[in-house]
Design a protein around this ligand. Structure first.
Ligand SMILES: Nc1ncnc2c1ncn2[C@@H]1O[C@H](COP(=O)(O)OP(=O)(O)OP(=O)(O)O)[C@@H](O)[C@H]1O
Length: 255
């Protein structure tokens, strides 16, 4: 069974295509790495698959629900850590998590218990009472992951989850995500530019370039005998030679 299946999914902005004719196949239980260079269409795809942005054409089925016909059915079962984090600066970290859980219909006591467990798992317990506005970037990223998990989603979308997070925290989060997939708790759809981390995590890969899917399959199928970085560079463009210009750099300031 597929957790995500799209046919001809497309989105344009002011007539300019950002995602074109996308046919994604994400099996249930997969750890799917969605890769592509800057501006390739990754965030636009996630925004469509989570019901935040309407496609201009095509269809998507998410966890068996038609996104167009039953957007609420999809939203109830997915968790999202978006590219731009949507958190409330005036709440404490614990309040943010608890309220997020209650917005998803959890009873107060359940939301409070899960909040404590998530703060612990994300190593944020010491900062539970601090205002989110005073959190560091990495701490906000971890809190957003907690918000995405608190209602127990079957499918988790992570847009650049490791961006701005220190190596120790990356390792902790990686372990947590791997464990969730390994015990069949959820399917994960992740975008990241850190290919070495992606390569150690994912079971499946899709590569998008210029809004079009240019490769998809299991990690082994897509990678072949090379590394993911080699395949990525080969697929989205040759390694770029240093460009001429900027010769004034290093010459010191001039008026
Ligand atoms: N709201 C918008 N209005 C106009 N153009 C947009 C909008 N959102 C995205 N785009 C355009 O769509 C294209 C794809 O953007 P998108 O954010 O999906 O790329 P991405 O693969 O997530 O990039 P990155 O890796 O840099 O985050 C880009 O050309 C971008 O400028």
């Amino acid at each position: 069974m597929l957790a995500i299946e799209t046919h001809g999914l497309s989105r344009s902005f002011d007539g300019r295509p950002a995602v074109q004719d996308l046919a994604l196949h994400v099996p249930v239980g997969a750890f799917y790495g969605f890769l592509g260079p800057n501006g390739a269409g990754k965030s636009t795809t996630i925004r469509m698959l989570t019901g935040l942005l309407a496609p201009t054409a095509g269809r998507a089925r998410v966890l068996g629900h038609d996104l167009d016909a039953d957007p609420l059915g999809v939203k109830r079962q997915v968790g999202v850590v978006p590219d731009g984090l949507a958190l409330f600066d005036r709440l404490s970290g614990a309040e943010q998590l608890r309220i997020h859980g209650q917005l998803y219909g959890l009873e107060r006591a359940v939301a409070a218990r899960r909040t404590d467990e998530l703060l612990d798992a994300l190593e944020l317990t010491a900062h539970a009472g601090k205002l989110v506005g005073d959190y560091s970037h990495g701490m906000k990223k971890k809190l957003a992951l907690g918000c995405a998990l608190i209602h127990g989603p079957r499918l988790l979308f992570l847009d650049e989850p490791f961006e701005g997070i220190d190596a120790l925290a990356v390792s902790g989060i990686r372990g947590m995500l791997q464990d969730l997939v390994a015990r069949g708790a959820m399917t994960i759809f992740l975008t990241s530019h850190v290919l070495e981390v992606v390569e150690r995590l994912v079971t499946h890969v899709g590569i998008i370039h210029g809004g079009r899917l240019v490769a998809e399959g299991t990690l082994e199928e897509v990678r072949g005998a090379g590394s993911l970085e080699e395949v990525f560079i080969r697929t989205v463009g040759e390694e770029r030679a240093p460009r001429p210009g900027l010769s004034w750099l290093g010459e010191g300031p001039r008026t």
